[in-house]
Write a protein that binds this ligand. Structure first.
Ligand SMILES: Cc1ncc(COP(=O)(O)O)c(C=O)c1O
Length: 409
């Protein structure tokens, strides 16, 4: 077996199951699931209709680079949404089956590990935020690279300070992950943050892989994306830059497995070849349904309005009691465990808080330390709990009332 497999951590939800193995949920209540970030709003009916009408397309093999019509409509969407000067649908866009598989396989395709003939035997670095979406780390480990973690904490507005990365790390860094809007912290990179990172990429020659799958779930202004920052610098070749987008969160279609990667054509051409061998092509009826979803903004605005209503409700009802920080975008609260839940050192205890939420309120949440790694004895997620506001408005009301009761008891 591939010995790198031994380096993989148990997934956060496996750690949660272990934590709660001997706990019983408050049985007087129905469960409210705020742990997993699976969208629960209704998918658009017109997209499902296209899917149904095209089921017979299963008779054909799809091509790896997808239908030209799909790439064209993604190009139109990207140009409009991110104010691009130009993007070539044939060489700068590739449909993928959701961002998760693409994030994973892109790393396998681009990371170049030392061979017996290379001078340095040191592993390359993949730089990533901490806490982070777990696939970044797993992809890096299985590609034979070493993760380097950039803490995202209150000192850097939960965005991570990439300028703090030491020169020795940059020398071996081949790829940097950014998650904006960030899961779990809810932070968003600003134009200047992107441009600073692009300057570092020019200096040290690394790829920037920007996971933007929450980009459409914003409250007031639309987050700036990496390609937008390139366009503002007139870098229409998007040198060393790629973005990942998805219909899962934007359109409540997590089961459609539809997204795309876009950016530097010199990276996408070999990656397309990699994918041809990997055998990951989106079924044609999913591609046709995706075209319908990317061409409509009304359902996305409606989706945003539902999240906005829930975040406003939580802020109004629990903003003070839980000291909630409204995310810049996305659908997560990244909450410090309240003062009733402290460990033996008097520090906020995320495990104790999620356990109490489960045992006393039958609310499922995720302990922040499970999304994070220890670096020099510090875990950037420790003390925080992630709440995914995916449940309905009514369930949100109910969750708020139970949490109030829990904190006041
Ligand atoms: C940060 C982040 N990236 C990527 C994904 C993968 O989404 P999908 O594969 O559905 O596009 C998720 C899903 O929760 C996520 O939270």
């Amino acid at each position: 077996m591939n010995s790198n497999l031994n380096q993989l951590h148990p997934y956060p939800f496996a750690k949660m199951s272990k934590l709660l193995a001997n706990s019983t949920p408050a049985e007087q209540y129905e469960p409210i699931k705020l742990g997993i970030g699976e969208p629960k709003h209704q998918p658009p009916e017109f997209v499902l209709e296209v899917l149904k009408q095209n089921l017979a397309k299963v008779q054909h093999y799809p091509t790896t680079n997808g239908l030209p019509e799909l790439r064209d409509c993604i190009a139109t969407w990207l140009k409009q949404r991110f104010e691009l000067n130009h993007i070539d649908a044939n060489s700068q866009i590739l449909p993928v089956m959701g961002t998760r598989e693409a994030i994973f396989s892109f790393v396998q395709a681009v990371i170049d590990t030392p061979t017996p003939t290379t001078t340095s035997t040191a592993k390359p670095f993949v730089v990533m935020p901490n806490p982070f979406y777990q696939i970044y780390e797993g992809a890096a480990l299985l590609a034979g690279a070493e993760p380097y973690f950039v803490p995202c904490n209150a000192d850097n507005e939960f965005k991570g300070d990439y300028s703090s990365v030491p020169a020795e790390v940059w020398q071996r860094a081949q790829l940097v992950f950014v998650c904006s809007p960030n899961n779990p912290t809810g932070s968003v990179m600003q134009m200047q943050d992107w441009q600073d990172l692009i300057a570092l990429s020019d200096e040290h020659d690394f790829i920037i892989a920007s996971d933007e799958c929450y980009s459409e779930l914003y409250f007031d202004s639309a987050p700036v994306g990496l390609l937008q920052a390139c366009a503002a610098l007139q870098r229409d070749d998007y040198k060393n830059c790629v973005v990942f987008h998805s219909l899962s969160k934007r359109s409540n279609l997590p089961g459609l497995r539809s997204g795309f990667i876009a950016g530097d054509a010199t990276l996408l051409a070999p990656y397309l070849q990699y994918r041809t061998y990997q055998g990951c092509a989106m079924p044609i009826h999913h591609q046709l349904a995706s075209i319908a979803a990317w061409q409509d903004e009304e359902h996305v605005a409606h989706n945003r309005a539902l999240y906005k209503e829930k975040f406003e409700l939580w802020m109004q009802e629990l903003g003070d009691l839980l000291q909630l920080r409204h995310p810049d975008a996305g659908f997560y609260f990244w909450v410090k465990a309240p003062k009733q839940f402290v460990d033996e050192h008097g520090e906020a205890d995320d495990e104790a808080f999620v356990k109490a939420l489960y045992e006393q309120a039958n609310i499922h949440a995720l302990a922040g330390r499970y999304l994070s790694r220890d670096v020099a004895g510090e875990n950037a997620g420790k003390g925080y709990v992630r709440l995914a506001l995916v449940a309905s408005v009514d369930e949100s009301r109910e969750a708020i009332s139970r949490i109030k009761q829990l904190l006041n008891s």
